[in-house]
Design a protein around this ligand. Structure first.
Ligand SMILES: Nc1ncnc2c1ncn2[C@@H]1O[C@H](COP(=O)(O)OP(=O)(O)OP(=O)(O)O)[C@@H](O)[C@H]1O
Length: 342
């Protein structure tokens, strides 16, 4: 019931306050955002104190586990729903800490915890479901270009120098049913949380970093997508749930750093896509008839949200359709089809 209630809400917005770091505390800084209760914060603005409401507010003392338990909907992914969690906030506000965790992974964030939870929950459900596949693709949106993070920049640069080779472009497409997918992105299978984490590390190693700035800062949007395909052992239906985890790049860099040239280009493209995302969220929450998804690659990726606003739908195929698809696949691959298949 709780899960159903959660899924009825099109978008849930959480607010997390991070503790002051040593520098800030050393300079005698004071917090200008205060948690009032579990659902509201007050912010000091030039025009006085303002209050903002959220579905939940996590104070500076909130642990990574608490945030994960309250935000993640892994069971829903296993049940065949599409779930997207993204972190939005200004540079240094704690997006990467929340989504990925700290560097030495002493405090893992939502991504590594999700990897573990997917395999833990599939194990717990193994008497009811046969888990056919867990697969993932990982992308970076940098300067308005989608980059497949399973392909290293060096490999891509080399491919571009060879006249005969065609560089694979990743494009956001939609199926007739409105399901968003990344065409051209390499999908890799994982059979354990460790394997999934290894894929994630490989992807992170291929990201762009502007060396002259704070190297820990994300200069691009990181998109990690995990698909879980399972067969219900009672009725034979097949469902494919999708979990999209997005660590957005920080905003406000251009003004603060006096960035030049390619760094300015980075900052502009980050701000453009974040502002397009802001427009989409405003339109969705105001129930406007037109939602400007097409204004940036980042928001094209979010088009599925429109469907969730009306009715959360599971990606389930009946036993019959699943069987027919299997037969077609076998026929295509030249395998023989016996009576039991049809
Ligand atoms: N809840 C928290 N508890 C302890 N430390 C935190 C917390 N949130 C963030 N930090 C620390 O604050 C610093 C900045 O956080 P983080 O890198 O996650 O910011 P960000 O929003 O991802 O920034 P950018 O947009 O520049 O990538 C990091 O050193 C991180 O470890």
């Amino acid at each position: 019931n709780t899960k159903k209630k959660i899924l009825q809400h099109k978008i849930r917005v959480f607010c997390r306050l991070r503790p002051m770091n040593r520098n800030e505390a050393g300079q005698g800084g004071t917090a200008f955002v205060e948690k009032i209760d579990d659902y509201s914060v007050s912010v000091e603005t030039p025009r006085g104190l303002r209050e903002f409401q959220f579905d939940k507010v996590f104070g500076a003392e909130a642990s990574q586990d608490e945030v994960f338990q309250d935000t993640s909907l892994i069971q829903s992914v296993i049940d065949g729903y599409n779930v997207c969690i993204f972190a939005y906030g200004q540079t240094g506000s704690g997006k990467t800490f929340t989504m990925v965790g700290d560097k030495d992974q002493r405090n893992p964030g939502i991504m590594p915890r999700s990897f573990n939870a997917i395999f833990d929950i599939t194990r717990e459900n193994s008497s009811k479901f046969e888990f056919k596949q867990v697969s993932a693709y990982m992308l970076e949106l940098y300067n308005d270009r989608l980059q497949d993070l399973f392909i290293s920049q060096a490999a891509e640069a080399q491919a571009q120098t060879q006249p005969s080779s065609q560089t694979r472009r990743v494009e956001i497409k939609r199926t007739r049913k409105g399901v968003v997918f990344a065409q051209g992105a390499e999908t890799k299978e994982a059979s354990s949380a460790q394997e999934l984490y290894a894929l994630f590390q490989q992807a992170c190693a291929n990201r762009h970093i502007a060396a002259t700035m704070n190297v820990e800062s994300s200069r691009s949007h990181l998109i990690v997508v995990i698909m879980v395909e399972s067969r219900n052992l009672t009725n034979g239906s097949i469902s494919t749930g999708k979990l999209s985890l997005v660590d957005l790049a920080g905003s406000e860099r251009a003004a603060k750093t006096g960035a030049k040239d390619h760094q300015l280009k980075e900052a502009n493209s980050i701000n453009k896509s974040l502002s397009a995302l802001g427009d989409v969220i405003s339109a969705l929450s105001a129930d406007l008839p037109h939602v400007p998804y097409r204004n940036s690659k980042l928001t094209q990726y979010a088009t599925r949200v429109k469907a969730i606003t009306n009715n959360a739908q599971r990606n389930v195929e009946s036993k019959e359709i699943a069987q027919l698809k299997e037969v077609i696949m076998k026929l295509k691959s030249g395998l023989t089809v016996d009576d039991g298949d049809v």
